[in-house]
Design a protein around this ligand. Sequence first.
Ligand SMILES: NC(=O)c1ccc[n+]([C@@H]2O[C@H](COP(=O)([O-])OP(=O)(O)OC[C@H]3O[C@@H](n4cnc5c(N)ncnc54)[C@H](O)[C@@H]3O)[C@@H](O)[C@H]2O)c1
Length: 252
Amino acid sequence: MDRVKGKIIVITGAASGLGLADSRVLAREGAQVVMTDIDPDAGQTHANEIGAHFITQDVSEEASWRHVMNEVESRFERLDGLVNNAGIAPIANIEDTTTDVWRRVMGIHLDATFWGCKSAIALMKKSGGGSIVNMSSTAALIGLSPYLAYSAAKGGIRAMTKSIAIHCRSEGLGIRCNSVHPGSISTPMVHKALKSLMGTDLMAEEDPEKTRVALGIGEPEDVANMVLYLLSDESKHVTGAEMVIDNGDTVI
Ligand SMILES: NC(=O)c1ccc[n+]([C@@H]2O[C@H](COP(=O)([O-])OP(=O)(O)OC[C@H]3O[C@@H](n4cnc5c(N)ncnc54)[C@H](O)[C@@H]3O)[C@@H](O)[C@H]2O)c1
Protein backbone atom coordinates (compact mmCIF):
# COMPACT_ATOMS: atom_id res chain seq x y z
CA MET A 1 0.00 0.00 0.00
CA ASP A 2 0.98 3.62 -0.59
CA ARG A 3 3.95 2.80 -2.84
CA VAL A 4 3.37 5.99 -4.86
CA LYS A 5 1.53 7.98 -2.20
CA GLY A 6 0.85 11.59 -3.15
CA LYS A 7 2.60 11.39 -6.52
CA ILE A 8 0.96 13.21 -9.43
CA ILE A 9 1.05 10.83 -12.39
CA VAL A 10 -0.21 11.33 -15.96
CA ILE A 11 -1.14 8.22 -17.99
CA THR A 12 -2.04 8.47 -21.69
CA GLY A 13 -4.34 6.02 -23.45
CA ALA A 14 -5.83 5.37 -20.03
CA ALA A 15 -9.41 4.56 -21.09
CA SER A 16 -8.66 0.93 -22.01
CA GLY A 17 -6.32 -2.03 -21.59
CA LEU A 18 -2.89 -1.40 -20.08
CA GLY A 19 -3.42 2.32 -19.38
CA LEU A 20 -6.60 1.56 -17.47
CA ALA A 21 -4.89 -1.19 -15.44
CA ASP A 22 -1.98 1.19 -14.68
CA SER A 23 -4.46 3.85 -13.53
CA ARG A 24 -6.23 1.44 -11.18
CA VAL A 25 -3.02 0.06 -9.64
CA LEU A 26 -1.40 3.50 -9.21
CA ALA A 27 -4.54 5.00 -7.67
CA ARG A 28 -4.80 2.04 -5.31
CA GLU A 29 -1.19 2.71 -4.27
CA GLY A 30 -1.93 6.32 -3.35
CA ALA A 31 -1.16 8.33 -6.51
CA GLN A 32 -3.25 11.21 -7.81
CA VAL A 33 -3.76 9.84 -11.31
CA VAL A 34 -4.44 12.04 -14.33
CA MET A 35 -5.88 9.87 -17.09
CA THR A 36 -5.86 11.12 -20.68
CA ASP A 37 -7.35 9.51 -23.78
CA ILE A 38 -8.81 10.35 -27.17
CA ASP A 39 -12.05 8.62 -26.02
CA PRO A 40 -13.72 11.02 -23.56
CA ASP A 41 -16.72 8.82 -22.72
CA ALA A 42 -14.83 5.71 -21.61
CA GLY A 43 -12.07 7.87 -20.12
CA GLN A 44 -14.36 9.98 -17.94
CA THR A 45 -16.41 6.94 -16.84
CA HIS A 46 -13.33 5.03 -15.70
CA ALA A 47 -11.79 8.13 -14.09
CA ASN A 48 -14.95 8.63 -12.01
CA GLU A 49 -14.85 5.01 -10.91
CA ILE A 50 -11.12 5.22 -9.97
CA GLY A 51 -11.21 8.70 -8.42
CA ALA A 52 -8.81 10.05 -11.07
CA HIS A 53 -8.84 13.29 -13.03
CA PHE A 54 -9.56 12.94 -16.78
CA ILE A 55 -8.40 15.12 -19.69
CA THR A 56 -9.36 14.46 -23.31
CA GLN A 57 -6.18 14.29 -25.39
CA ASP A 58 -5.07 13.24 -28.85
CA VAL A 59 -1.40 12.51 -28.08
CA SER A 60 -0.44 12.97 -31.74
CA GLU A 61 -1.29 16.70 -31.53
CA GLU A 62 1.60 18.76 -30.12
CA ALA A 63 -0.77 21.40 -28.72
CA SER A 64 -2.55 18.77 -26.64
CA TRP A 65 0.61 18.34 -24.58
CA ARG A 66 0.70 22.05 -23.68
CA HIS A 67 -2.95 21.79 -22.64
CA VAL A 68 -2.36 18.69 -20.46
CA MET A 69 0.77 20.02 -18.75
CA ASN A 70 -0.82 23.46 -18.14
CA GLU A 71 -3.84 21.82 -16.56
CA VAL A 72 -1.67 19.53 -14.39
CA GLU A 73 0.45 22.47 -13.23
CA SER A 74 -2.49 24.72 -12.42
CA ARG A 75 -4.51 21.99 -10.68
CA PHE A 76 -1.77 19.96 -8.92
CA GLU A 77 1.27 22.33 -9.03
CA ARG A 78 3.74 19.64 -10.10
CA LEU A 79 4.28 16.38 -11.99
CA ASP A 80 6.01 13.28 -10.57
CA GLY A 81 5.32 10.65 -13.21
CA LEU A 82 4.32 10.18 -16.84
CA VAL A 83 3.36 6.95 -18.64
CA ASN A 84 3.49 7.39 -22.42
CA ASN A 85 1.10 4.51 -23.10
CA ALA A 86 -1.43 5.49 -25.81
CA GLY A 87 -1.08 3.41 -28.93
CA ILE A 88 -2.53 1.73 -31.98
CA ALA A 89 -1.31 -1.40 -33.76
CA PRO A 90 -2.51 -1.60 -37.36
CA ILE A 91 -1.72 -4.93 -39.00
CA ALA A 92 0.37 -4.26 -42.13
CA ASN A 93 3.70 -5.66 -43.34
CA ILE A 94 6.30 -3.76 -45.39
CA GLU A 95 4.41 -4.40 -48.66
CA ASP A 96 0.98 -3.39 -47.31
CA THR A 97 1.93 -0.37 -45.20
CA THR A 98 0.73 2.89 -46.76
CA THR A 99 2.36 6.24 -46.08
CA ASP A 100 -0.81 7.30 -44.20
CA VAL A 101 -0.61 4.30 -41.86
CA TRP A 102 3.13 4.84 -41.37
CA ARG A 103 2.63 8.53 -40.44
CA ARG A 104 -0.31 7.78 -38.14
CA VAL A 105 1.66 5.15 -36.22
CA MET A 106 4.70 7.43 -35.96
CA GLY A 107 2.48 10.31 -34.79
CA ILE A 108 0.77 8.36 -32.02
CA HIS A 109 3.84 6.48 -30.82
CA LEU A 110 7.05 8.35 -31.67
CA ASP A 111 5.95 12.01 -31.94
CA ALA A 112 3.73 11.69 -28.88
CA THR A 113 6.45 10.07 -26.77
CA PHE A 114 8.88 12.83 -27.81
CA TRP A 115 6.41 15.62 -26.92
CA GLY A 116 5.32 13.82 -23.76
CA CYS A 117 8.88 13.41 -22.47
CA LYS A 118 9.89 16.97 -23.44
CA SER A 119 6.92 18.63 -21.77
CA ALA A 120 7.05 16.35 -18.70
CA ILE A 121 10.75 17.08 -18.13
CA ALA A 122 10.08 20.85 -18.27
CA LEU A 123 7.48 20.50 -15.49
CA MET A 124 9.31 17.85 -13.42
CA LYS A 125 12.45 20.03 -13.33
CA LYS A 126 10.51 22.67 -11.40
CA SER A 127 9.89 20.29 -8.49
CA GLY A 128 13.24 18.49 -8.57
CA GLY A 129 12.61 15.24 -10.43
CA GLY A 130 10.32 12.47 -11.53
CA SER A 131 9.98 9.23 -13.43
CA ILE A 132 8.92 8.62 -17.04
CA VAL A 133 7.78 5.24 -18.35
CA ASN A 134 7.59 4.76 -22.12
CA MET A 135 5.44 1.88 -23.31
CA SER A 136 7.39 0.02 -25.97
CA SER A 137 6.91 -3.66 -26.91
CA THR A 138 8.80 -6.86 -27.62
CA ALA A 139 8.23 -5.74 -31.24
CA ALA A 140 11.09 -3.27 -30.58
CA LEU A 141 13.43 -6.15 -29.79
CA ILE A 142 12.57 -8.69 -32.47
CA GLY A 143 10.57 -6.84 -35.21
CA LEU A 144 7.19 -8.38 -36.03
CA SER A 145 6.53 -8.88 -39.75
CA PRO A 146 2.76 -8.09 -39.63
CA TYR A 147 3.50 -4.87 -37.71
CA LEU A 148 6.07 -2.96 -39.76
CA ALA A 149 5.37 0.62 -38.64
CA TYR A 150 4.57 -0.47 -35.09
CA SER A 151 7.88 -2.36 -34.76
CA ALA A 152 9.80 0.64 -36.12
CA ALA A 153 8.04 3.07 -33.78
CA LYS A 154 8.52 0.88 -30.71
CA GLY A 155 12.22 0.47 -31.60
CA GLY A 156 12.47 4.26 -31.78
CA ILE A 157 10.85 4.59 -28.37
CA ARG A 158 13.38 2.16 -26.90
CA ALA A 159 16.35 4.18 -28.19
CA MET A 160 14.73 7.56 -27.36
CA THR A 161 14.22 6.38 -23.77
CA LYS A 162 17.92 5.62 -23.33
CA SER A 163 18.94 8.95 -24.84
CA ILE A 164 16.60 10.81 -22.47
CA ALA A 165 17.74 8.78 -19.45
CA ILE A 166 21.39 9.63 -20.01
CA HIS A 167 20.65 13.32 -20.69
CA CYS A 168 18.68 13.59 -17.43
CA ARG A 169 21.39 11.77 -15.49
CA SER A 170 24.25 13.86 -16.86
CA GLU A 171 22.34 17.09 -16.23
CA GLY A 172 21.53 15.98 -12.67
CA LEU A 173 17.80 16.52 -13.21
CA GLY A 174 16.64 13.74 -10.87
CA ILE A 175 14.44 12.42 -13.66
CA ARG A 176 14.51 8.73 -14.63
CA CYS A 177 13.28 7.34 -17.95
CA ASN A 178 12.68 3.65 -18.68
CA SER A 179 10.93 1.61 -21.35
CA VAL A 180 8.57 -1.32 -20.81
CA HIS A 181 8.36 -4.14 -23.38
CA PRO A 182 5.31 -6.37 -23.00
CA GLY A 183 4.69 -9.45 -25.11
CA SER A 184 1.05 -10.37 -25.74
CA ILE A 185 -1.21 -9.10 -22.97
CA SER A 186 -4.98 -9.55 -22.84
CA THR A 187 -6.39 -6.14 -23.89
CA PRO A 188 -8.83 -5.01 -26.62
CA MET A 189 -5.82 -4.33 -28.90
CA VAL A 190 -4.65 -7.94 -28.66
CA HIS A 191 -8.16 -9.41 -28.87
CA LYS A 192 -8.58 -7.58 -32.17
CA ALA A 193 -5.24 -8.88 -33.46
CA LEU A 194 -6.02 -12.47 -32.41
CA LYS A 195 -9.28 -12.35 -34.32
CA SER A 196 -7.69 -10.96 -37.42
CA LEU A 197 -4.45 -13.02 -37.47
CA MET A 198 -5.54 -16.33 -35.88
CA GLY A 199 -9.34 -16.33 -36.16
CA THR A 200 -9.46 -16.75 -32.36
CA ASP A 201 -11.97 -14.71 -30.35
CA LEU A 202 -10.65 -14.93 -26.81
CA MET A 203 -13.72 -13.37 -25.26
CA ALA A 204 -16.06 -15.74 -27.11
CA GLU A 205 -14.22 -18.84 -25.82
CA GLU A 206 -16.05 -21.08 -23.39
CA ASP A 207 -13.26 -20.56 -20.84
CA PRO A 208 -11.40 -17.38 -21.88
CA GLU A 209 -9.04 -17.62 -18.91
CA LYS A 210 -7.95 -21.14 -19.86
CA THR A 211 -7.44 -20.08 -23.50
CA ARG A 212 -5.47 -16.99 -22.41
CA VAL A 213 -3.08 -19.13 -20.38
CA ALA A 214 -2.83 -21.76 -23.15
CA LEU A 215 -1.90 -19.06 -25.70
CA GLY A 216 0.75 -17.62 -23.35
CA ILE A 217 -1.02 -14.25 -23.06
CA GLY A 218 -0.40 -12.14 -19.96
CA GLU A 219 -2.77 -9.99 -17.89
CA PRO A 220 -2.77 -6.15 -17.83
CA GLU A 221 -1.78 -6.23 -14.13
CA ASP A 222 1.47 -8.03 -15.07
CA VAL A 223 2.48 -4.81 -16.84
CA ALA A 224 0.86 -2.42 -14.33
CA ASN A 225 2.94 -3.90 -11.50
CA MET A 226 6.13 -3.09 -13.44
CA VAL A 227 4.90 0.44 -14.19
CA LEU A 228 4.15 0.87 -10.46
CA TYR A 229 7.70 -0.18 -9.56
CA LEU A 230 9.24 2.20 -12.12
CA LEU A 231 7.15 5.14 -10.89
CA SER A 232 7.85 4.41 -7.23
CA ASP A 233 11.01 5.39 -5.36
CA GLU A 234 11.85 1.66 -5.09
CA SER A 235 13.40 1.98 -8.58
CA LYS A 236 15.49 5.08 -7.73
CA HIS A 237 18.66 3.46 -9.18
CA VAL A 238 16.96 2.31 -12.42
CA THR A 239 17.13 4.49 -15.53
CA GLY A 240 17.64 3.82 -19.24
CA ALA A 241 16.50 0.24 -18.65
CA GLU A 242 14.29 -1.91 -20.88
CA MET A 243 11.91 -4.02 -18.81
CA VAL A 244 10.69 -7.06 -20.75
CA ILE A 245 7.42 -8.66 -19.62
CA ASP A 246 6.87 -11.62 -21.97
CA ASN A 247 7.22 -14.81 -19.93
CA GLY A 248 10.50 -15.44 -21.75
CA ASP A 249 9.07 -15.36 -25.30
CA THR A 250 12.00 -13.31 -26.66
CA VAL A 251 14.58 -15.52 -24.92
CA ILE A 252 13.64 -18.89 -26.40
N1 LIG B 1 -1.59 -5.42 -25.22
C1 LIG B 1 -0.39 -5.84 -25.57
O1 LIG B 1 -0.16 -7.05 -25.74
C2 LIG B 1 0.72 -4.87 -25.78
C3 LIG B 1 2.01 -5.39 -25.99
C4 LIG B 1 3.07 -4.51 -26.16
C5 LIG B 1 2.86 -3.14 -26.12
N2 LIG B 1 1.59 -2.67 -25.93
C6 LIG B 1 1.42 -1.22 -25.91
O2 LIG B 1 0.69 -0.84 -24.77
C7 LIG B 1 -0.03 0.36 -25.01
C8 LIG B 1 -1.49 0.15 -24.65
O3 LIG B 1 -2.04 -0.87 -25.48
P1 LIG B 1 -3.37 -1.70 -25.09
O4 LIG B 1 -3.08 -3.10 -25.41
O5 LIG B 1 -3.81 -1.31 -23.73
O6 LIG B 1 -4.36 -1.14 -26.22
P2 LIG B 1 -5.89 -0.64 -26.13
O7 LIG B 1 -6.32 -0.54 -27.54
O8 LIG B 1 -6.66 -1.47 -25.18
O9 LIG B 1 -5.75 0.82 -25.49
C9 LIG B 1 -5.13 1.88 -26.18
C10 LIG B 1 -5.71 3.19 -25.68
O10 LIG B 1 -5.05 4.25 -26.39
C11 LIG B 1 -6.03 5.20 -26.78
N3 LIG B 1 -5.56 5.97 -27.94
C12 LIG B 1 -5.42 5.55 -29.23
N4 LIG B 1 -5.01 6.56 -30.01
C13 LIG B 1 -4.88 7.65 -29.20
C14 LIG B 1 -4.48 8.99 -29.42
N5 LIG B 1 -4.16 9.44 -30.64
N6 LIG B 1 -4.45 9.83 -28.35
C15 LIG B 1 -4.80 9.40 -27.13
N7 LIG B 1 -5.21 8.15 -26.86
C16 LIG B 1 -5.22 7.27 -27.89
C17 LIG B 1 -7.27 4.38 -27.10
O11 LIG B 1 -8.46 5.17 -27.09
C18 LIG B 1 -7.23 3.34 -25.98
O12 LIG B 1 -7.92 3.77 -24.83
C19 LIG B 1 0.19 0.68 -26.50
O13 LIG B 1 1.24 1.60 -26.64
C20 LIG B 1 0.62 -0.66 -27.07
O14 LIG B 1 1.37 -0.54 -28.23
C21 LIG B 1 0.52 -3.50 -25.76
